[in-house]
Design a protein around this ligand. Structure first.
Ligand SMILES: NC(=O)N[C@@H](CC(=O)O)C(=O)O
Ligand SMILES: [Zn+2]
Ligand SMILES: [Zn+2]
Length: 432
């Protein structure tokens, strides 16, 4: 199988290429990139007016498999990812049961290998059952292929235990993905603590809930030499602390999710639980800091924290509904609309944060790159296509998004994974 993508704006952070040219894919690999490639191909795609980027990589998703497959499963999640332009996702281990052993890692791997259209990777939990008491079989899971460990959904509050996990991660050269939330400071909060929470009479979550654990984790990473990656950063403090740690030359990185760089707590429609996620939507000042941090590459990753829940679960009150919103099928459009179209990020920075940097942090050789020899994982995006987000077209089982009906600019036209077209837009056929 060979594919020739003609006349797109090829944007490759690895080779620093940003040029209108052709890209040739053969037998699952990228084989050539250049102007007017004359080779024969089984399929020719006309990418005129489109960005051609390395397939997007989301290093933070929840696929709910095993145990909560009414919300999502490996296959529906992977299809949603393909529709969103992603060719690799990393699933968090807060499933039921928790992915804390080699055989549970294998369960996801086998299911994904047989039936997912894209690459699905699995992170291993740090403690058994995510109870924060004893370490999980981290080395066993590393032997079975996990590219990272994470306790996402919570922080490991026992710093001594966490330090041991970091030592293991450092020894094996894998990153620790940190959900930063001080369990003792949350205080039952369900939205950001500010004038909006007070007028709505809802318990609030202060910024320090996140910031104190970020500071602690950075100190522990410095001590152990582990690569620390901060999940879903939402506060101005996260940006300040991360910037300062990087100045000291530390091996630490951070991600921001589209909802946190797009919305503030002031946008919450009272009672609409599709605005409830953890960490919560913060203030305009926090959002501004996140945007600035993305622009200045303090944050090198954009991830979705795709957190599907059923409509029924989300009909609960703001206090009781589960935290989390879906993100795979809206992330590229929100990044293009909110950050690229506004001049905050260049298209090259988008490709870095949504593909190249995640590949480097997770040590995914041959991914996040369009250099010849790389895996044939490619996304074709029309940056000018305008439309309204419509959850009826979502491949995800989760429709829980505050962005339904939002006007955006930028649409995935095709996703190619391992040299196969795994998603194509129905309106505009690129095949020539
Ligand atoms: N982000 C969320 O609001 N929810 C996540 C957990 C998490 O990412 O911490 C979930 O698993 O639902
Ligand atoms: Zn989290
Ligand atoms: Zn998460």
């Amino acid at each position: 199988m060979s594919i020739l993508i003609r006349n797109g704006r090829v944007i490759d952070p690895d080779t620093k290429l940003d040029e209108i040219c052709d890209l040739q894919l053969e037998e699952g690999r990228i084989t050539a990139c250049g102007k007017n490639i004359e080779a024969e191909a089984d399929v020719i795609l006309d990418a005129t007016g489109c960005y051609v980027m390395p397939g997007l990589i989301d290093m933070h998703v929840h696929l709910r498999d095993p145990g909560q497959t009414w919300k999502e499963d490996v296959v529906s999640g992977a299809r949603a990812a393909a529709r969103g332009g992603f060719t690799t996702v990393l699933a968090m281990p807060n499933t039921k049961p928790v992915i804390d052993s080699p055989d549970r890692v294998d369960y996801v791997k086998v299911k994904a290998d047989y039936s997912a259209p894209i690459h699905v990777l699995q992170a291993g939990a740090i403690t058994k059952g995510q109870k924060g008491e004893v370490l999980a079989d981290i080395e066993g899971m590393i032997a079975h292929g996990i590219p990272a460990i994470s306790e996402d959904g919570k922080s490991v509050m026992n710093a001594g235990l966490y330090k041991k996990a970091m030592e293991l991660a450092a020894r094996h050269g894998i990153p620790v993905l940190a959900h930063c939330e001080d369990a003792n400071l949350v205080n039952g909060g369900c939205v950001n603590e500010d004038e909006n929470s007070r007028s709505a009479g809802l318990p609030g979550i202060i910024n320090a809930v996140e910031d104190v654990i970020i500071a602690r984790d950075i100190l522990l990473a410095e001590e152990t030499g582990a690569h620390l990656h901060l999940c879903h950063c939402s506060t101005k403090g996260s940006m300040d602390i991360l910037r300062e740690a990087k100045k000291r030359g530390m091996d630490v990185s951070g991600e921001v999710c589209p909802h946190h760089f797009t919305l503030t707590s002031g946008d919450i429609i009272p009672g609409d639980t599709n605005y409830k996620m953890n960490p919560p939507l913060r203030t305009a000042e926090d959002r501004e800091a996140l945007r600035q941090g993305l622009k200045e590459d303090v944050f090198e990753v954009i991830s979705t924290d795709h957190a599907p829940h059923s409509a029924e679960e989300k009909t609960a009150t703001m206090r009781k509904a589960p935290f989390g919103i879906v993100g795979l099928e809206t992330a590229a459009a929100l990044t293009l609309t909110e950050l690229v179209d506004t001049g905050i990020l260049t298209p090259m920075q988008m490709a870095e944060k949504m593909s190249y940097h995640p590949a480097r942090i997770l040590h995914l050789e041959g991914r996040g790159s369009l250099a010849p020899g790389s895996e044939a994982d490619v996304v074709i995006i029309d940056p000018d296509k305008e439309y309204e987000i419509d959850t009826r077209y979502f491949e995800s089982k989760g429709k829980n998004t505050p962005f339904a009906g939002k006007k955006v600019k930028g649409r995935i036209m095709a996703t190619i994974c391992g040299g196969k077209i795994v998603y194509q837009d129905k309106e505009r056929n690129l095949v020539q």
